[in-house]
Write a protein that binds this ligand. Structure first.
Ligand code: HEC
Ligand code: HEC
Ligand code: HEC
Ligand code: HEC
Ligand code: HEC
Ligand code: HEC
Length: 423
């Protein structure tokens, strides 16, 4: 039998599947483009972040070609000596905007449309793109290039695998059916199962194909969702080797955070307490309200401590706490600076730890998150010894520049400079 003719309905289905998935992800999505490319430095409003708010930016750039050129590579564009751009660059202390050479015109239109109207990005994106194209043809629908490439790559791999699988199924079916022809069928006696199964598949090829496709789409979506969330772990709450409860310790028993996290006011790291600190209390407290002796015994095991004889053995091993908050290696973050100098509460960044049985990551820990806070939070001069000194030394010109609004924000003392946070 000819495999090609046999696979026809399957091929049609696969084609449909491809069409459906690709058109489903090719919606205009200025919001997503904005979030992935621009949101680290721009708000979709008139407010400043690292760069100016992008709402209404088109009015400042009457020549759209120049605007495209700026967004694709602002440093290159500055070389043209364009007066507005040069002034803007200087006004923003020569902060360098990232280059986006791969953004298409329609994609930029969609981003700006979203920035102008963040609540209704999609509809406006379509009409703005239409306007830019002179309303001649339906605009190509912009999207996140990378996402599409990833998905297409997966679909291709999937189709190749599927092709092989179907081919081998088809081959073995053929073999089985041929074999069956040679078997003497006894009246009333059922056929062996494998022949029945082969016959069934042969009779229900479309059904089998649909089943395989549904399973494939499911796994594809799973992989895709996973990829889109790489790097953001908000809500991450792994199970720890000992069921340590902040609710019992910091909440009900009111133990100060710094009693255990001894580094938090004087160093970069807050520090996870060693088992010896636990023993300050758990030499005496040998039973807990929820788990009895079981969980506390793990502290003893780690220290090779015998609560009966109250002696330590010589085989201690560290408790392997799983780190919940993780910044990438290229970022510098210092607890003392925030907690001691900045006077920021633990809860602002970590949430209500006192209420948590199991600690979970409360904030996204993205660059936009750090920067937002630096823009909005005033430096605490009054409470802070260093800044009385700093303030006294500010000359009048700088004072009037920074103190216009009556406060100095972290951004105004350099909290937006790349090198402050990046090695
Ligand atoms: C790393 C930070 C950063 C990123 C990411 C970034 N920008 Fe910018 N952008 C800036 C800064 C800073 C300025 C101000 C001018 C300067 O210093 O270069 C600016 C200026 C602009 C301007 C001119 C604003 C005006 O008021 O005239 C536009 C338009 C713009 N950006 C668009 C975008 C778009 C669209 C994206 C995303 C595709 C983006 N930017 C991503 C930092 C960034
Ligand atoms: C009795 C000691 C103790 C006290 C008091 C305590 N902690 Fe902890 N903390 C721990 C231990 C042990 C861990 C590691 C296990 C875990 O994640 O639950 C931890 C983990 C954490 C983590 C997650 C660290 C990571 O892995 O990223 C944060 C955030 C935290 N504590 C904040 C606080 C805050 C805020 C307070 C005060 C409200 C506090 N802790 C009080 C012992 C303590
Ligand atoms: C300052 C005193 C103190 C320190 C330090 C301390 N604990 Fe506790 N811990 C307590 C008290 C009090 C209880 C609750 C006893 C009760 O309510 O019956 C408790 C209960 C527990 C329980 C039992 C929970 C349950 O519900 O059964 C565990 C497990 C535990 N602690 C682990 C730790 C670990 C691990 C450390 C060190 C990182 C630590 N504790 C440090 C005072 C402390
Ligand atoms: C400005 C935000 C901010 C504040 C305020 C803050 N933290 Fe953190 N915390 C972080 C970030 C970001 C990390 C991840 C650091 C890393 O991966 O290097 C972290 C990590 C931790 C860790 C685990 C890793 C370590 O550094 O040892 C503990 C424990 C912790 N914080 C406790 C606290 C306590 C207790 C307080 C209050 C006294 C506090 N934090 C205040 C942002 C903050
Ligand atoms: C909740 C608000 C808040 C968040 C979130 C925050 N910061 Fe800060 N940050 C501050 C404050 C307030 C100061 C000023 C401290 C001072 O007075 O020296 C500061 C200062 C700094 C400084 C020193 C700046 C300078 O000019 O000396 C660095 C570096 C820094 N933060 C890094 C980070 C990083 C990295 C993150 C994100 C992982 C982050 N911050 C998140 C509030 C915040
Ligand atoms: C207040 C702290 C802070 C400042 C200032 C800052 N960054 Fe970041 N940056 C971060 C943090 C935190 C991350 C990690 C974000 C993550 O893991 O999602 C990051 C990540 C990045 C990345 C990796 C890509 C990504 O999105 O994860 C690049 C590139 C980057 N920053 C460039 C810059 C440039 C250029 C500047 C100066 C205009 C700058 N950063 C200023 C905190 C900062």
């Amino acid at each position: 039998m000819n495999i090609n003719t046999r696979m026809k309905p399957i091929q049609i289905l696969l084609g449909l599947f491809l069409l459906l998935t690709t058109s489903a992800i090719a919606q205009p999505d200025g919001k997503k483009l904005f979030k992935t490319n621009c949101a680290a430095c721009h708000y979709a409003s008139e407010k400043k972040l690292v760069g100016p708010g992008l709402k209404g930016v088109e009015q400042r750039w009457p020549d759209r070609a120049k605007l495209y050129a700026w967004i694709r590579n602002s440093q290159e564009f500055l070389k043209t000596g364009d007066a507005y751009a040069v002034k803007l660059f200087n006004d923003y202390n020569k902060s360098v905007m990232s280059a986006f050479p791969d953004l298409k015109d329609e994609e930029i239109d969609a981003i700006l449309a979203y920035a102008n109207n963040p609540d209704d990005g999609k509809a406006v994106a379509a009409s703005a793109a239409g306007a830019a194209a002179g309303d001649v043809a339906a605009p190509a629908e912009p999207n996140d290039q990378n996402a599409i490439i990833i998905v297409l790559a997966f679909i291709t791999v999937l189709l190749i695998i599927l092709g092989f699988v179907l081919r081998s199924i088809s081959k073995s079916l053929e073999a089985l059916l041929n074999e069956k022809k040679g078997i003497v069928v006894i009246e009333g006696e059922p056929l062996p199962f494998k022949y029945q199964f082969a016959q069934w598949i042969n009779d229900n090829k479309a059904l089998v194909a649909i089943f395989i496709i549904v399973v494939s789409i499911g796994s594809l979506k799973f992989v895709y969702d996973g990829l889109m969330n790489v790097g953001v772990y908000q809500g991450y709450a792994p199970e720890q080797p000992i069921k340590f409860s902040h609710k019992i310790h910091a909440g009900q028993n009111g133990i100060a955070c710094v009693y255990c996290h001894v580094g938090v006011e004087k160093s970069k790291h807050a520090v996870i307490p060693s088992a010896n600190i636990c023993m300050n209390c758990h030499k005496a407290v040998q039973e807990g309200p929820t788990y009895g002796r079981e969980e506390i015994a793990k502290i003893y095991a780690a220290l090779d401590y015998n609560p009966e004889t109250q002696t330590y053995g010589n085989n201690p091993k560290p408790i392997k706490w799983i780190k919940i908050h993780n910044l990438p290696d290229h970022v510098y973050f210092n607890h003392a600076q925030h907690v001691k100098a900045g006077g920021v509460e633990c809860t602002t960044c970590h949430g209500e730890i006192k209420e948590m049985e199991v600690v979970q990551q409360h904030s996204p820990l993205t660059m936009g998150w750090c920067i937002n806070c630096h823009r909005e939070t005033p430096v605490k001069y009054e409470e802070n010894g260093y800044y009385k000194e700093f303030h006294a030394r500010l000359n009048e010109e700088l004072k009037s520049k920074y103190m216009k609004d009556g406060k100095v924000t972290v951004s105004e003392i350099g909290g937006l400079e790349c090198a402050k946070c990046h090695y």
